[in-house]
Design a protein around this ligand. Structure first.
Ligand code: AMP
Ligand code: GLY
Length: 420
């Protein structure tokens, strides 16, 4: 069958790489893709946020399966739009209502409360009850966690030590710091522990877990400095033992699937649980309705099973019986980013050395092809993924290859996995 994948990041290149290995995939199309995705399929120059253009392409290219990479189109209702117009299309991605698990922090918190899923204590505020918000802050211990309710391109969470500053930030957010996304603000208790990412594929009734991973979000060594879209990732994680995994399944994954059913939500796709371990207990920091980036760049390499067959099992309601096999090796990915990122940086730098790679897979993110050259085209440029018998061996391969890849002002973290 012909398959269309929406997106242009490292996550999408890794998904494309995996989908293209499936004997069930006839022709893969990626819209819009990047300079790496033509290794796996055909790039279509259409915008993933323009539903009518996507609908036309589904018709023109005889697409039978659509995978939505990023959250924005899901939260804006791409599932509902296309499901109405293409009755035979298999869509991997939840309905607009179900995508609220990511699209609204207030919705997600209420959902967790209803299902008794462990998460930080919280309350939601708007301009009308801002005084209650101030009181709530006064009664919390610092640091204060303030979250814009809606999508804010990963920038909507503020963690503030000082009480007066927290109140000031609450006011700024409610007055439009993040536009409509911060008309409502969730304030929650700060949780201290180690974060990790759990992924399932579900049809709202059955589910299968994918490999567990951890990403490194900060720009600087030792997890310091500004938050980024992700500087690296590792899978599996030594600290996630069977006891912790069983708790994640029984207290978080299963009640989430049950909650999706209770609310009658239409959910076919990935659920990404952003978790934190506090004294041996897992808590949910956030839900996402898609795969993680850069986690996908290690999760897909560790998935041995046919991903397209898994999507079919999801659609045909025999996911429970699907045998999911993992590669036992460790996979790591290290991101090469543009100097200056996540603040101001330059694009359009010529990238060289991509043909000399050994023992790694290079997933493209912010790249574009121009006149036979590959140019940087974003803050996060390339993800260099490798396998090893342990994380040291895998990292060695990635760092060896990173030395061969050149572009002006390239930057990367040399300490991915330092805390494990
Ligand atoms: P989110 O967008 O909800 O994932 O939040 C972004 C980041 O803020 C998370 O990855 C955590 O590092 C941090 N964070 C969010 N909520 C909390 C919390 N309640 N306690 C501690 N850290 C948090
Ligand atoms: N790696 C975190 C995310 O994709 O949101």
């Amino acid at each position: 069958m012909n398959i269309l994948l929406l997106g242009s990041g490292g996550r999408e290149h890794a998904l494309a790489w995996k989908i293209n290995q499936s004997p069930l995939c006839n022709q893969l199309y990626i819209a819009p893709g990047n300079a790496g995705t033509p290794q796996e399929g055909i790039n279509l120059n259409i915008n993933a946020n323009k539903f009518n253009e996507i609908s036309q392409s589904i018709h023109d290219y005889n697409i039978k399966m659509l995978i939505v990479g990023a959250e924005q189109p899901l939260v804006e209702g791409i599932y509902d739009y296309l499901n109405e117009r293409h009755s035979d299309l298999i869509i991997v991605g939840p309905s607009q209502q179900a995508a609220m698990l990511e699209g609204s922090k207030a919705f997600a918190k209420e959902f967790m409360k209803e299902m008794n899923i462990p998460t930080a204590a919280y309350q939601t505020f708007n301009l009308e009850n801002i005084q209650d918000g101030f009181k709530f802050i006064e009664n919390l211990n610092p640091p204060y966690v303030l979250k814009a309710d809606g999508l804010a391109a990963g920038k909507g969470v503020l963690i503030i030590d000082n009480q007066e500053e927290a109140k000031e930030s609450l006011k700024e957010m409610l007055e439009g710091k993040f536009g409509a996304a911060s008309q409502n603000v969730v304030i929650e208790e700060f949780l201290s522990g180690i974060e990790f990412s759990v992924f399932v594929l579900t049809n709202g009734k059955e589910y299968q877990m994918l490999p567990i991973a951890k990403d490194y979000k900060r720009i600087g060594e030792g997890d310091t400095g500004l938050n980024t879209g992700g500087m690296g990732a590792i899978s599996p994680l030594p600290f996630v033992d069977n006891t912790l995994k069983e708790k994640v399944i029984s207290r978080i994954i299963e009640p989430t699937i049950q909650g999706i059913q209770n609310r009658g939500l239409s959910y076919n796709g990935f659920v990404f649980f952003g978790l934190i371990e506090v004294n041996g207990e897992p808590y949910v920091i956030e839900y996402n309705c898609r795969m993680g980036d850069p986690e996908t760049e290690v999760v897909m390499p560790r998935l041995k099973s046919d991903l397209v067959a898994m999507f079919l099992a999801m659609h045909e309601h025999h996911l429970k019986d699907f045998k999911v096999e993992f590669d036992e090796r460790t996979a790591v990915t290290v991101f090469l980013v543009s100097g200056g990122y996540p603040e101001a940086y330059e694009k359009g730098k010529t990238i060289t050395g991509l043909n000399n790679i050994e023992n790694s897979i290079v997933f493209h993110a912010g790249t574009k092809a121009e006149g036979g050259a590959v140019l940087s085209n974003g803050g996060r440029v390339l993800a260099v993924t490798s396998y090893g018998k342990d994380k040291e061996e895998a990292l060695q391969h990635s760092y060896n290859n990173i030395k061969k890849i050149h572009f002006d002002k390239k930057y990367y973290r040399t300490d991915i996995g330092f805390d494990l």
